[in-house]
Unconditional design. Structure first.
Length: 256
């Protein structure tokens, strides 16, 4: 079973920076040792709770992707309509709170882009057009994202043209592991916001080696989470002043 990478590396970098920063801030203000100890303990509880909640959300996301992969195994290949029906039958707000949607990304060689556009348009997605600012020989094109209404603008984008997204996709494909990206710009976010993307590769057959997995790739399933995750927003809103300052600094640094 695929395993998630260490969440603290990408989703809650604040947990690393906050601890030392909060203690230093309190020391500079001349706060007593007892008060520092209480503040330290409070931060630790908040950070631990944040990490537990984020891990739970990621586990929920992975379960959703696993269900899609199982559907792929039964049907031999998933279509955008299959994904639309799958999402329509789920209560996204309850089952996957704070997550933006499910998507399908396909690897396409540059000479094959016109054929993919024609195939998608023939299937009824008449506005489908591949957008890529890069010039690499292989693209990772977002075929579809559901719910469509809240993810307009994502379909057709070459996620592989973003080095951060490409690194996560290629790691997932080569390793066979579900992989969480570092913060990336979400095409469907009109305000230019960043988010995290969880990628799960799906293969034809049962490849064993890295080379076999790369050759046998059919589709990369993904789920997107906005950077302004509810638990992170809660920490920024309700945490102590030093925690809020350090959280903002840490999250900003993670996006650079």
């Amino acid at each position: 079973m695929p395993t998630l990478p260490p969440v603290h590396k990408v989703l809650i970098p604040a947990a690393v920076l906050l601890l030392g920063g909060a203690a230093t801030f309190l020391s500079v203000l001349g706060v007593s040792t007892a008060q520092q100890t209480r503040a330290h303990a409070q931060f630790t509880r908040e950070a631990d709770d944040l990490e537990a909640q984020v891990r739970r959300r990621l586990s929920q996301a992975q379960d959703g992707l696993q269900s899609l992969r199982a559907a792929h195994a039964m049907r031999e290949r998933l279509s955008p309509e299959d994904l639309r029906l799958y999402v329509a039958r789920r209560d996204m707000a309850v089952e996957f709170p704070g997550l933006r949607g499910f998507g399908m990304t396909r690897r396409v060689s540059r000479p094959e882009t016109a054929a993919m556009e024609a195939e998608e348009r023939a299937a009824g997605r008449v506005d489908f057009s591949i957008r890529t600012p890069g010039d690499l020989p292989q693209l990772y094109v977002i075929q579809t994202v559901e719910p469509a209404a809240s993810n307009a603008g994502a379909a057709g984008y070459d996620a592989g043209s973003n080095p951060t997204a490409r690194a996560a996709i290629e790691h997932a494909v080569a390793s066979g592991m579900t992989t969480l990206s570092a913060p990336v710009k979400l095409q469907q976010d009109r305000q230019g916001g960043l988010g995290y993307v969880l990628y799960m590769p799906v293969y034809l057959g049962e490849p064993r080696s890295e080379d076999q997995r790369i050759a046998a790739l059919d589709v990369v399933l993904h789920m997107k989470s906005p950077r302004a995750h509810p638990e992170i927003r809660a920490l920024l809103r309700h945490g102590s002043s030093s925690i809020r300052r350090q959280a903002i600094a840490a999250l900003t640094a993670a996006a650079d």
